[in-house]
Design a protein around this ligand. Structure first.
Ligand code: NAD
Length: 349
């Protein structure tokens, strides 16, 4: 049994207790939580867990060997280093931290102390992503040349610490970090160029959305987009291969795959508009295509914590590695640079 504690019992900290760790009672014992806001004691009471009076009290508890950090982004680095130096293994919430320099300090602390240090990139277990991964890995569309991954909301950037620059706010570090991590895990190639435009519709201090265009070594393109002023959403995923297209509309994974059934049948019923007619852009007739349901996937989010425990016990290697996090943070920094200077970053990542 691994003794576990959470630092930060806000939205995500509560989720760690309720939805993840309490579901693994045979592997993990919940020792308690520490949050700087005394109001969160009510949440601790509701969850039936101990509220430590101070960070020091939590760190001194020898029963605690693993700590999850679910505090605002600017606090991850120092708390992670402090926890590792006090003998705790650490899971940091995403984004791991705010810069590559910070990340190297955290990794050094892990090396020096021999403690596991990993990041909660939980959206690797999302069904929409796993569906696209299956389509891509099993080559269901033929050679893929374009992947578009978007999340859209219409409520602007949240009004909490997420709209403050010093707290590590902004959508690149919030949702972007999930979508970029997914793309890096999906496509097993180097990125050769990156370009990014940010939006500041609802907040001038940090980005409230962005569009990034990534090009991989083979020429495959990926568009990654987060929007918070979208009253009509574009599909969550749109993937084009030489023989077909897949669309995943939303988190509930509605969508389909459409593949060509007969390349020879190129004849089309022209679309007539006031300005003329087009065959090139006419929709395909049903006899030249086949429609397929999306493949079914059943990822288990609890595998994240199972893996961390197994890594602590030396039974498995950690799934979310330092190398992956370094690459992800290099990409994030490239996108910030691209957006700031309005340039394409020609850097192998
Ligand atoms: P939140 O504001 O709801 O909660 C943060 C909590 O941290 C608050 O209760 C606050 O009082 C506490 N806190 C602040 N400073 C502290 C300190 N010095 N010591 C102890 N507690 C402190 O924020 P949230 O939405 O729960 O986000 C927390 C972290 O989780 C962020 O890094 C965020 O990016 C991440 N997050 C991840 C996901 C995911 O899907 N992986 C989803 C949401 C949030």
């Amino acid at each position: 049994m691994i003794g576990w504690a959470i630092i930060g019992l806000g939205g995500m900290g509560t989720c760690h207790v309720e939805r993840f760790v309490s579901k693994l009672p045979d592997l993990i014992k919940i020792c308690g939580e520490y949050d700087i806001d005394p109001e969160t004691r009510k949440t601790a009471d509701r969850l039936g867990i101990r509220a430590y009076d101070s960070l020091e009290e939590l760190l001194s508890d020898e029963e605690v060997s693993l700590v999850t950090l679910a505090v605002p982004n600017d606090l991850h680095r120092d708390l992670a280093i402090q926890c590792m130096k006090r003998g705790k293994h650490v899971i940091s919430e995403k984004p791991v931290t705010l810069s590559l320099d910070d990340l190297y300090q955290m990794i050094n602390a892990s090396r020096e102390t021999g403690k596991i240090f990993t990041v909660h990139q939980n959206r690797r277990w999302d069904e929409d992503y796993q569906t696209v991964k299956r389509i891509y890995d099993e080559n269901m569309l033929g050679k893929v040349f374009n992947i578009e991954s978007r999340v859209h909301g219409s409520r602007g950037i949240p009004g909490d610490w997420r709209n403050q620059y010093v707290k590590g706010g902004g959508m690149i570090l919030d949702w972007g970090i999930h979508l970029l991590d997914q793309i890096l895990m999906l496509v097993d190639e180097d990125i050769v160029s990156s370009y990014c435009k940010i939006s500041t519709v609802t907040n001038e201090e940090v980005d409230d959305g962005f569009t990034a265009m990534l090009t991989f070594g083979s020429g495959l393109r990926a568009l990654v987009e987060v929007g918070t002023s979208n009253f009509i959403n574009l599909p969550r995923w749109y993937v084009q291969g030489q023989n077909g297209t897949a669309v995943v509309n939303d988190f509930s994974v509605s969508g389909e795959i459409v593949k060509v059934s007969d390349w020879e049948k190129r004849d089309a019923v022209p679309v007539v508009t006031a300005a003329g007619l087009t065959k090139t852009m006419a929709p395909r007739t049903e006899d030249t295509i086949r429609r397929y349901p999306l493949p079914e996937v059943k990822p288990d989010i609890l595998d994240f914590y199972r893996n961390v425990v197994a890594a602590i016990e030396g039974r498995e290697t950690q799934l979310i590695t330092h190398k992956q996090q370094i690459r992800l943070m290099k990409l994030v920094e490239a996108l910030f640079r691209s957006a700031k200077d309005d340039v394409v970053i020609h850097e192998r990542i």
